[in-house]
Design a protein around this ligand. Sequence first.
Ligand SMILES: Nc1ncnc2c1ncn2[C@@H]1O[C@H](COP(=O)(O)OP(=O)(O)OP(=O)(O)O)[C@@H](O)[C@H]1O
Length: 293
Amino acid sequence: MSSDPTDAAAPDRPVPDRSAGIEPVPGVAKPDPILRADGIRRSFGGLTAVDVDHLEVQRGTITALIGPNGAGKSTLFNLLTGFDRVDSGQWTYEGRSLQGLAGHQVARRGMVRTFQLTKALTRMTVMDNMLLAAQGQVGEKMLGGLLRLWTTQEAANRKRAIELLERFKLDTKRDEMAGSLSGGQRKLLEMARALMVQPGMVMLDEPMAGVNPALVQSLLGHITALRDDGMTVLFVEHDMDVIMGISDWIVVLAEGKIIAEGCPDDIRSNTQVIDAYLGASHDDPAAATGEDR
Ligand SMILES: Nc1ncnc2c1ncn2[C@@H]1O[C@H](COP(=O)(O)OP(=O)(O)OP(=O)(O)O)[C@@H](O)[C@H]1O
């Protein structure tokens, strides 16, 4: 990563289109992939949740992972970030294998994901949430041990936490319980927590879910600022306006497989994508194309 992600605002410079010229076909090779995955499979009983032959994520882009309910988006996120185990497959981040690593080890390599705040986290202050995130994405079982290890790194971590809370306009909330934050503020905290480990790639799980429409623009600005600061963003989202509005590239999953990839215009006009959404009984078909209803 070339610049400090704690910069308060997105730099005022044009962002190069890093997905220009890439052919819109499933599994297409990218000129400068930060993440490469091959043969990623995961079944639950008889159900194949994920069956991805090849996926590359281009460095420095905002890439959306979309698909109807049950398509396998969350499972793929969990697998790539070490929060679930593949049945088979290999994947690399920055050319190094992540196979078999736990979530916190993946985060320390620089690929970090956001999580909805768990109950335990909502009972901690905003600042303690940030300090805990600095330890990497460990399970709550390890909380006690980590609390004791805080002292050494604490000063540096506090400084970084304050910078990030200022960036996300949460600095006045630092001593409040995370559970008292609004839906949008929680999303901001989830993003701020992810940045504590200075990642090169951030994976956002439904960053707009439960957010008041008034805060959507601000959140979108923060997501594009991550990319403009040099990070790669991969996100799962259902809101088609958001997806079409900020994505450089879109990967479409259906029944565990990548059925389409391309820039927003490619995806909007892709009949296979429209069919996949039309075939999913509990999704709104109009949403598949991002058309006004
Ligand atoms: N732990 C599990 N045990 C059994 N089945 C699971 C498990 N996790 C996911 N599945 C199944 O795997 C399939 C893919 O689920 P997944 O949650 O990854 O889809 P998704 O695309 O994220 O869906 P949504 O958009 O609704 O969140 C679904 O059929 C789901 O029921």
